[in-house]
Design a protein around this ligand. Structure first.
Ligand SMILES: Cc1ncc(COP(=O)(O)O)c(C=O)c1O
Length: 402
């Protein structure tokens, strides 16, 4: 199949200061001569961004003065129409606030909703950024485990959430939708049940929907705030174009809040740092990305990701005995459980992790996401590169002689 956008050429990021290649989480391992490093960990993509984002930034660079600037109406209009187009919801300009990144936003918002020392509910497995940001800001994460049901689908345990909230006097939850690293796209019913628990216990919720554009197959993303009026009043939702369009290096996110009191409190809190200032290029990039061309790019990207994920899952099921996973419904990451393989092959988790890195497959230890014997693998690569990576995993790692 030919795509309008180039999702097939592998663009080497060597010497571009890409974290995906330069940040080394495996200091004891040297990648062997003759094996290029294939970036399959940090959540950015080996795909070029949408051309419309670059064009908007180039156009801004044509004007040589870069003094203080005001966020233009076009920025807010682009978000309003993107939310309508992708999520089918109506929002207004006053609901939108700029943030320097989702994690920075979560840290500022948490300051309004909880005091240092407070417990905060997070599902496990969890995006490691939530755990680190909460701890670094003096909060104590309390984990409610997701579990795999009889159909191998990750589920929330509402009773456990309720109990943990009550036992630990919790008034703030961080909720990830779609969920990283499980890839779950929560259904309306699941959101409603989770929010019943939040309502019953007076819990405010920071819902991170940064992955909401990357929904696979016929799954549907439902903004959690939109499920009912109570949810709307107790939720602050974070978004960004960075995952969707591979724009993380520009920084820039935003949140939506509909509760006027929370909005006022959060705006006051955020102002205090004097740090939350938008970059003119990041603003231009969002305007370019949240466009007709951006929508066409995302639609193609979702097909590319769906194909990659299906390939990886089929390959694993066929060839990697003792490795299991649940099929993601969104995102571009898979979360492998390698316990059985490790036991059957008498290898430790570290040995397994290191072995792939030795052969250039730079994947990510899943343990910091709060589950043992796990590995997170980023599949947002041109298909041919993905095939190469899985061939290496087959030949040298899971079925290699070592
Ligand atoms: C769920 C989730 N939230 C937030 C982020 C990071 O967002 P930002 O770079 O805007 O802080 C990531 C990055 O992987 C993520 O997966």
């Amino acid at each position: 199949m030919t795509y309008k956008f180039d999702f097939e050429t592998y663009i080497d990021r060597t010497n571009t200061n890409a974290r995906a290649l330069e940040e080394n989480h495996f200091p004891d391992v040297v990648t062997r001569e003759g094996f290029s490093k294939i970036p399959m960990w940090v959540a950015d993509m080996s795909f070029p961004t949408v051309p419309a984002a670059i064009e908007k930034m180039k156009k801004r660079l044509d004007h040589p003065i870069f003094g203080y600037f005001i966020t233009p109406d076009e920025y807010f209009d682009a978000i309003i129409s993107w939310q309508k187009r992708r999520n089918g919801v109506d929002i207004e300009r006053e609901n939108i606030s700029y943030e320097n990144g989702v994690l920075g936003g979560i840290a500022s918002i948490a300051r309004v909703l909880a005091a240092p020392g407070d417990n905060v509910l997070i599902h496990a497995p969890s995006y490691v950024g939530f755990i680190n940001t909460m701890k670094a800001n003096g909060y104590n994460p309390i984990f409610s485990n997701l579990y795999l049901d009889e159909n191998n689908i990750w589920r929330m345990d509402y009773e456990d959430m309720d109990r943990k909230i009550k036992e630990n006097n919790i008034n703030l939850a961080i909720f990830c939708s779609p969920h990283n690293p499980s890839g779950r796209v929560w259904t309306r019913e699941e959101l409603e049940r989770a929010y019943e628990v939040f309502k019953e216990n007076n819990v405010y919720v920071i819902t991170d929907e940064i992955w909401s554009d990357l929904i696979l197959a016929d799954n549907v993303h439902i903004p959690a705030w939109s499920i009912n009026e109570d949810a709307k009043m107790r939720t602050i939702t974070t978004y960004a174009p960075s995952k969707t369009f591979n724009l993380a290096a520009f920084i820039g996110a935003y949140h939506l809040v509909f509760n006027p009191y929370l909005k006022a409190r959060i705006d006051r809190q955020v102002e205090k740092t004097a740090y939350n200032r938008q970059n003119v290029l990041s603003c231009a990039a969002l305007i370019g990305a949240y466009s007709d061309e951006g929508a066409a790019y995302v639609d193609e990207l979702r097909e590319v990701l769906a194909k990659n994920i299906s390939y990886a899952i089929d390959f694993i099921e066929k060839n990697f005995k003792g490795v299991s996973l649940a099929r993601p419904q969104g995102t571009y990451v898979i979360y492998l459980n390698t316990k059985e393989w490790e036991e059957a092959n008498n290898k430790s988790h570290d040995e397994l992790l290191n072995r792939a890195v030795e052969y250039g497959v730079i994947w990510q230890d899943g343990r910091p996401f709060m589950m043992d014997h796990t590995i997170r693998v980023n599949l947002s690569l041109p298909f041919a590169k993905l095939v190469e990576a899985f061939d290496r995993l087959d030949k040298y790692v899971f079925n290699g002689d070592w």
